[in-house]
Design a protein around this ligand. Structure first.
Ligand code: SIN
Length: 188
């Protein structure tokens, strides 16, 4: 699959005719909402875990030296917490560009903190995408993140802001927090 998923995403769902669409964010989309939204709610999706297994060529690294960012990996019964945004369909033109480095839109069920549910979209970079990096130890991932930079800034900022946002939501993520600990240990 090519690095650039803009054209594929445009054809994946027909959003015309929808007044608004729910989007689930589990990475930078939790803390960086650079798009207009109608509503924002703490939400969870089932069957996926957050992993720093995706390369970033366009935000937190470069094609020559990709950074590491999160994607979702299927895991039965796992629950991934994040932030859901209700947006107008036009917002996906911007989101498709932002998430173009291997992420495809999938439809999933969101559970909100008050027990409500809704169907919406989530961007996931699957294993067959050209920027996929795959598993590594928390220490290896922290070292990689510590040395990566891209047009959107330092890769460490992405990790630290994500960990902080999850704490603000009152959420535990052992994978993210272990990498954060290893990164801070490198600073000592
Ligand atoms: C997301 O935040 O939902 C997708 C991954 C990212 O942009 O960091």
């Amino acid at each position: 699959m090519s690095h650039d998923t803009i054209q594929q995403n445009k054809m994946r769902q027909d959003l015309s005719g929808h007044e608004s669409v729910w989007l689930f964010g589990y990475g930078s989309l939790i803390y960086k909402a650079d798009f207009p939204y109608l509503e924002r709610r703490h939400a969870r999706i089932r069957g996926w875990v957050r992993r720093f297994w995706q390369g970033s060529h366009d935000h937190r690294g470069t094609p020559q030296s990709p950074g590491r960012v999160v994607t979702l990996v299927p895991e039965p019964d796992a629950v991934c917490a994040g932030m859901a945004y209700r947006v107008s369909p036009e917002v996906f033109a911007h989101l498709d560009v932002r998430e173009k480095n291997g992420y495809l839109r999938f439809t999933t069920d969101f559970a909100f903190a008050d027990g409500d549910h809704a169907d919406g979209l989530v961007y996931i970079a699957e294993q067959d995408n050209a920027a996929w990096l795959g598993p590594a130890t928390a220490k290896q991932i922290a070292r990689h993140i510590a040395s990566s930079h891209g047009p959107s800034g330092a890769n460490r900022e992405y990790l630290l802001r994500l960990a902080e946002s999850l704490r603000e939501l009152g959420e535990e993520d052992p994978h993210v927090f272990a990498i954060e600990r290893e990164l801070r240990a490198l600073d000592d």
